[in-house]
Design a protein around this ligand. Sequence first.
Ligand SMILES: C[S@@+](CC[C@H](N)C(=O)[O-])C[C@H]1O[C@@H](n2cnc3c(N)ncnc32)[C@H](O)[C@@H]1O
Length: 288
Amino acid sequence: MKVVEWFAGIGGLSAALDGQAEVVCAIDHDESAHLTYRANWPHPARRWNVAHLRARQVPAAELWWASPPCQPYTVRGERRDLDDPRAASLIRLLALIAEVRPRHFALENVPGFEGSRAHLALREVLDRHGYHVRERSLCPAELGWPNKRPRFYLLASLDPLAPQPPLVRVPRPLAAFLDPLPDPALCVPADLLARYGDALPVTDLLHPEPQVYCFTGAYGTSPVYAGSYLRERGAIRWFSPEEVVRMLGFPERFRFAEGTDRRRRWRLAGNSLSVPAVAEILTGIPVG
Ligand SMILES: C[S@@+](CC[C@H](N)C(=O)[O-])C[C@H]1O[C@@H](n2cnc3c(N)ncnc32)[C@H](O)[C@@H]1O
C-alpha cells in the first residue's frame, strides 16, 4: 500500500507502519521536524505548507494519514476551532480529499477535536463522498504502555472497514524506557520546585505501576500541564526527549537530527504520535 504521511513531524506513522507500507510522500513545513524525519526514514520528505498545496503535487496513494495541528481544539490554544489560522491546513486538506478521494483516510487529534466544527466539516466531506467511517478514542495506557495520551482517531475508507480486534493489554514497566545514565542537567532546579511545589505532576518510580501524563510540545518550556516529572534516587527531574520518544513507542534506533537542541527535541517528541495506538488503528484498514 502506498501512503501519504500528512503533517509528518518526526514520523510517528512511519514508525507504526514498520516497513509494511510504502510512504511515497511525507509532508511537514517545520525545518527541525523535516531534518529529524530525514535522519530516520528513507521516504521522500517535502517541506511544504499544506495550506497552499495543490492536488497535482501529491503522489498517488491508497492511504492518507493526517495528524493536523491540535492547538485549535485545546484549552491552551483557546479552542478557536476553524477560526484559528492553524486550522487553515486542515481546511485545505478537506478540499484535497474531496478532489482526490484517496481510498483510505485516517486522522489523529486531541480529544477536543471531537464535536468541533472542524470535525463536522470533515464528516460532511467524508459522508458526501461515500466513505465508511469509524471514530474512537484510544490511549496507549489501554494497551499497557506507561504513558497517558488519550487521542481521537478517525478511520475512513471507500471499502467497508475491517473489524477491529479486541485490545490486548501487555503491561510495560516505566523503568524499561529510562536512560541508564540520565543527564544531570535534567534535574529540576530548586527555585522551580519551590515555586510550583505540588502543582508539578511527579511520577514516583517506587509506585507499583508508575504512569506519566501526556507530554505536549511545551514540555520543558511550560512547567505545568505539559507532561510529568520523575522522582528518581531522591531527586526530581524532567524526562529526556529520548525517554519520551521511547515511551511513545519509537524504535530504539530512532535519533533526533544532529544539532537539534533539547528544547526542540522535547517539542518534536511532545507533538508526535503514540506508535502502538496508531498501529492499533491501522488494523481497521481493509486489505485486498
Ligand atoms: C500534531 S503534529 C504531528 C506530528 C507527527 N505526526 C509526528 O509523528 O511527529 C503536527 C505537525 O504538523 C506540522 N504542520 C503544522 N501546520 C502545517 C502546515 N500548514 N503545513 C505543513 N505542516 C504543518 C507541524 O510542523 C507538526 O509537525
